[in-house]
Write a protein that binds this ligand. Sequence first.
Ligand SMILES: Nc1nc2c(c(=O)[nH]1)N[C@H]1C(S)=C(S)[C@@H](COP(=O)(O)O)O[C@H]1N2
Ligand SMILES: [Mo]
Length: 325
Amino acid sequence: MLIKIPRGWERPEREATDEALFRDRRRLVRSIAAGPVLLMGGAAGLLTGCDDEARAEADPSAGLYPVNRNLRYRLDREVTSEKLATTYNNFYEFGSHKEIAKAAQAMRIRPWEVRIDGMVEKEFTIAIDDLLNRMPLEERLYRHRCVEAWSMDVPWSGFPFKALVDLARPLGNAKYVVMETLADKETMPGLRQTWYPWPYIDGLTIEEATNELAFLVTGAYGKPVPKQMGAPLRLAVPWKYGFKSIKSIVRFSFTDQRPVNFWQEVQGAEYGFWANVNPEVPHPRWSQATERVLGGGRVPTRLFNGYGEFVAHMYKGLEGEKLFM
Ligand SMILES: Nc1nc2c(c(=O)[nH]1)N[C@H]1C(S)=C(S)[C@@H](COP(=O)(O)O)O[C@H]1N2
Ligand SMILES: [Mo]
């Protein structure tokens, strides 16, 4: 992300603790899931002779797609080719460059559990396939504008974030929802770059999360979303810079404290909490006036990435805040 890396960055104790807890949970999850995975693997193994690792990764959600497109959300450009969108990615857990698609295939996306905690009526953990079965899946065409000034247009499948908030039942005084990405040292070489504040986190106000545009992505191009794009569950908030659209989510925490997101922690002078797209507010090191469309030319960037009619009202009265970085 063209950042200047602060050397010798020390990661806070709380994160080390979280990760230890997380690893234990994962071990537990694996042992519980061993039964069904072995059964499934038996059949797959007979047909393909694939190894244990590959068997455990058969994606049980494949049969859910394609899903119906919601025509309320339209593009004024062509959909980006699947080939480009799936081979030019930002996913620092797998490396700090765009060619991480192959490395990301090492990520294990089953079993996968999502933890809902913090200021909710009752904390709980739900397996991704149970979540998928309970959520109303649809397809939406969304623009995506990276803070680095490139963009793409993707047919995402998934469900409104509001449906997850309704399931979570946050307490009345919760103001934010903080999301966290898987942090697995075994499969994510980027985690060896210890100056980054892993795990990747980001957050929204609950008003933003329940805005009709906030979308939790489980598929892309009519199939389960590929690992490099954030399988099995990633966010799409198209009016904000791309770094807010956190990938491979394992946790949603509800809180009354505004979180410091991953990029803010790395470089607070350049990245903030709100990160709404605005062509008139330059990044400290480059202009945001235009963007390079993947597979296309350079075009003007639009306020709120063209989604002002859906979201601008949420920022009235907040003009004193750094809404656009
Ligand atoms: N966990 C995690 N989520 C992430 C990132 C990341 O490095 N790690 N990069 C972000 C950035 S900067 C962008 S532009 C988008 C890129 O999504 P894409 O690879 O599907 O295009 O993912 C976002 N989500
Ligand atoms: Mo980005």
